[in-house]
Design a protein around this ligand. Structure first.
Ligand SMILES: Nc1nc2c(c(=O)[nH]1)N[C@H]1C(S)=C(S)[C@@H](COP(=O)(O)OP(=O)(O)OC[C@H]3O[C@@H](n4cnc5c(=O)[nH]c(N)nc54)[C@H](O)[C@@H]3O)O[C@H]1N2
Ligand SMILES: Nc1nc2c(c(=O)[nH]1)N[C@H]1C(S)=C(S)[C@@H](COP(=O)(O)OP(=O)(O)OC[C@H]3O[C@@H](n4cnc5c(=O)[nH]c(N)nc54)[C@H](O)[C@@H]3O)O[C@H]1N2
Ligand SMILES: [Mo]
Length: 680
């Protein structure tokens, strides 16, 4: 049976290279592409579940319009496009194009994603978002400190003698990384995890530190204090390559282990043990996850942890470094998925970039001159995944017309006046990068779109024709040949061809397996900036990393049996955010949504394992079964994110529309909730 090279475009570290077997227009098998070094073992369960996803009976195969009764019913493409044009034309005629809100989420990667913005630019105007739900506090902390977001090749982790997973749970979110971790004991390497939850990753670690959520900056500063006091820093490295060491040392001196231990709620011995490991075992890699930076203090926390990498000279060498995000494949400029999360300094008259993704609901409602009246939403599920669902729903419901492009009737699609069917990864070719490994990959078209599905590019072309827009080369010409020519034109400047990519993954030109090997850091000073004037000037934070208490920190009264708990909403193995949970394969194998709670916290509230509990705060309320988990830190509850409304979610009914300190991220985890047995 014929096989084809492809790649998984989900927003996930692994970005697996795939080999697809297709026969008679059906996807028969999915395997790992052997040339994608980082993921050669093959896809995860979600990847395998594509065989179901692509032919799921729940897939939307025709445009759907919502009737007066709120029910979505099929309409023809002609009718759907007419309805859209009918609403867009008056906006253009009255120069109110910015009343159109364009929202794109992270549902799929690919260069063709840029066609959305290109279309709305040629329409003459639109309003859109800045910031990002995912990683900007950490990206910005890293950029301010090291000058760029780069890290060593995934396989380089095998050279590390010490691996610290700081707020990262690769056993669920980056499963391919665990191959190296599983071999660590045989190589004599040690692993540490810091996570308020006892995760499957933590089970493989020699040391697990479980801080109170949001206090990691204090933990890191105390580790720094011990390293400095015990003379275990790399002084020659710091003298040559770091800016602000003396000031940083003075800051660390404010954090003797006993002070941090009390604040973080961890034993002093664990702080000393982590410091001892970092002081002695070289090379060490600190792999920071994304969960920990989703707090109001997330950026400053990341800067504090990053300082440990500098203090111990763990940069620019095999097995050493700071693994957060590797943006080496970001070589397509503005056409790549936008990583620019700052609002522009000055308006350009076309794109009004004025809605913070983290404050989507309140900001949408607050737009004036002109107010937002219509929304176009693609590749995103903001009614499920953006903070403060109540406000998001209120904002969407206040609009005159909402168009959602998706494969399934998600929480957001249910809010739409018009739902347009979306392609899957198998139904249009695209080129994708990664943020963990360094290869460019071709996600190849191997199936015709089913039913009346059209890729977004085709929809935009047809809309452009009806509106008489001059789209030029911004969009591909019709058909598969048009898409391939468009992609090849983007590869030309790199000296790469689609034919090469059709054979398998291609390392990005200039790829570096060891980041910062020349020890040149593209910061203003050319050094690692422990002290960052730019951090203070741009974000108004302390130029030194420091601990800042959360907005929703537990108060003394919360220590009691009825006290509020900190809510964590991490990722889970068998879903990518709000995707995959609706598939039978996943439902049959995975544990469904639940409120994980420590047995002692549960007992204090009269909550038996498995009973339904209400989780609430002034923003919202949801009811899910309780699941006792002795591995969770006391004082926390955890519900994985991505739960649909019909399953008892979304968890973001409870989270605040609040930005992180750096990068305009979303402080999902800075939230307190009450948990009690559900009486309804
Ligand atoms: N299976 C699967 N894989 C995924 C995804 C998915 O949804 N499912 N999503 C992808 C995407 S978009 C992303 S952003 C990444 C995220 O990948 P990760 O960063 O690994 O995922 P998270 O689950 O968000 O957070 C990691 C851990 O941080 C912990 N944590 C939370 N708060 C704190 C804290 O204050 N201190 C410390 N030390 N730890 C804390 C959480 O308990 C969690 O175990 O995963 C990617 N991969
Ligand atoms: N409480 C809480 N909330 C979170 C997080 C958290 O940790 N806690 N994590 C945040 C993070 S890290 C992220 S990245 C976001 C992710 O949130 P979103 O960016 O909204 O992404 P997804 O839920 O993965 O997918 C959104 C939709 O894209 C659709 N889609 C997939 N492929 C295509 C396509 O080709 N075309 C179109 N038109 N649609 C497609 C899917 O069917 C899905 O409905 O969630 C954030 N939300
Ligand atoms: Mo993410």
């Amino acid at each position: 049976m014929p096989t084809y090279t492809s790649a998984c475009p989900r927003n996930c570290y692994s970005t697996c290279g795939l080999e697809l077997t297709v026969e008679d227009g059906r996807l028969r098998a999915i395997a790992g592409h052997p040339d994608c070094l980082a993921t050669a073992e093959g896809p995860c369960l979600k990847g395998l579940a594509y065989v179901e996803r692509v032919v799921s009976p729940d897939r939307i195969l025709r445009p759907l319009a919502r009737g007066e009764d709120g029910v979505h019913r099929p309409v023809s493409w002609d009718e759907a496009l007419s309805q859209i044009v009918e609403r867009l034309e008056p906006l253009r005629a009255t120069s109110l194009q910015q009343s159109l809100f364009y929202y794109a989420g992270s549902g799929t990667k690919g260069l063709l994603n840029s066609c959305g913005e290109a279309f709305w630019r040629s329409f003459g105007g639109y309003t859109t978002t800045y910031g990002d739900l995912c990683w900007p506090a950490g990206l910005e902390a890293t950029r301010l400190t090291l000058g760029a977001n780069l890290h060593n090749a995934p396989e380089d982790l095998a050279a590390a003698k010490l691996i610290v997973f700081w707020g990262k749970n690769p056993a669920e979110t980056n499963v391919h990384q665990m191959v190296v971790v599983d071999q660590a004991p045989r190589r004599g390497a040690r692993a540490v995890a810091t996570d308020p939850r006892g995760t499957p990753t933590a089970e493989r670690a020699d040391l697990l530190i479980q801080p109170r959520p949001g206090t990691d900056a204090a933990l890191a500063l105390a580790v720094a204090q011990v390293l400095i006091a015990d003379d275990k820093t790399d002084r020659a490295f710091l003298r040559a390559h770091a800016l602000g060491y003396d000031e940083f040392a003075a800051r660390a001196a404010e954090w003797p282990p006993a002070r941090a231990a009390e604040l973080c709620g961890v034993p002093v011995e664990q702080i000393r043990e982590l410091a001892a490991l970092l002081g002695l075992v070289k090379p060490a890699t600190i792999n920071a996850g994304f969960g920990m930076q989703r707090f109001s203090n997330g950026g400053q926390t990341m800067r504090a942890i990053l300082a440990l990498v500098a203090l111990t000279g763990n940069l620019g060498k095999p097995g050493a470094g700071w693994v957060f995000a590797n943006l080496q494949t970001d070589v397509f400029g503005a056409e790549q998925d936008p990583l620019a999360f700052y609002p522009p300094a000055a308006p350009d008259g076309i794109a009004r970039v004025s809605v913070s993704t983290a404050r989507l609901g309140p900001d949408l409602l607050a737009q004036t001159g002109p107010p937002v009246r219509m929304a176009w939403i693609e590749r995103g599920n903001p009614a499920c995944q953006n903070p403060e669902t109540g406000a998001v729903l209120a904002a969407l419901r206040a609009l005159d017309f909402v168009v959602v492009v998706d494969q399934f009737l998600t929480d957001t699609a249910r809010e739409a006046d018009l739902v347009l069917p979306a392609k899957t990864l198998f139904e249009q070719s695209d080129v994708i990068g990664a943020y963990w490994h360094g290869s460019l990959q071709l996600k190849q078209k191997v199936l015709e779109p089913p039913g009346e599905v059209k890729p977004e590019t085709e929809v935009y072309r047809e809309l452009g024709a009806r509106l008489g827009l001059a789209l030029g080369d911004a969009l591909p010409r019709a058909g598969d040949a048009g898409v391939e020519a468009w992609l090849q034109a983007r590869l030309d400047p790199l000296g790469l061809s689609l034919e090469q990519l059709r054979q398998g993954p291609v390392p990005v030109p200039g790829y570096r397996a060891v980041a910062f090997e020349d020890l040149r850091f593209p910061t203003p000073s050319g050094k690692i900036e422990l002290l960052s004037a730019e951090a203070a000037a741009r974000w108004g934070v302390d130029p030194l990393p420091g601990f800042v208490e959360l907005v929703e920190a537990p108060a003394a009264a919360d220590a009691g049996p009825a006290g509020r708990l900190q809510l964590l909403t991490p990722n889970t193995k068998d879903r990518i955010h709000s995707q995959f949970g609706n598939l039978r394969m996943i439902q049959a194998l995975g544990a469904g949504p639940a409120v994980e709670i420590h047995p002692a916290d549960a007992a204090a509230r009269g909550i038996a394992d498995g009973v339904r509990v209400a989780v609430s705060n002034p923003r919202g309320r949801l009811v899910l079964p309780a699941r006792w988990n002795g591995g969770l830190r006391r004082g926390c509850v955890s519900i994985f994110n991505g739960v649909w409304g019909q399953e008892g979610g979304p968890v973001n009914l409870l989270s605040p529309a609040r930005e992180t300190d750096l990068g305009h991220g979303a402080a999902f985890h800075d939230v307190l909730v009450e948990v009690e047995p559900a009486r309804d």
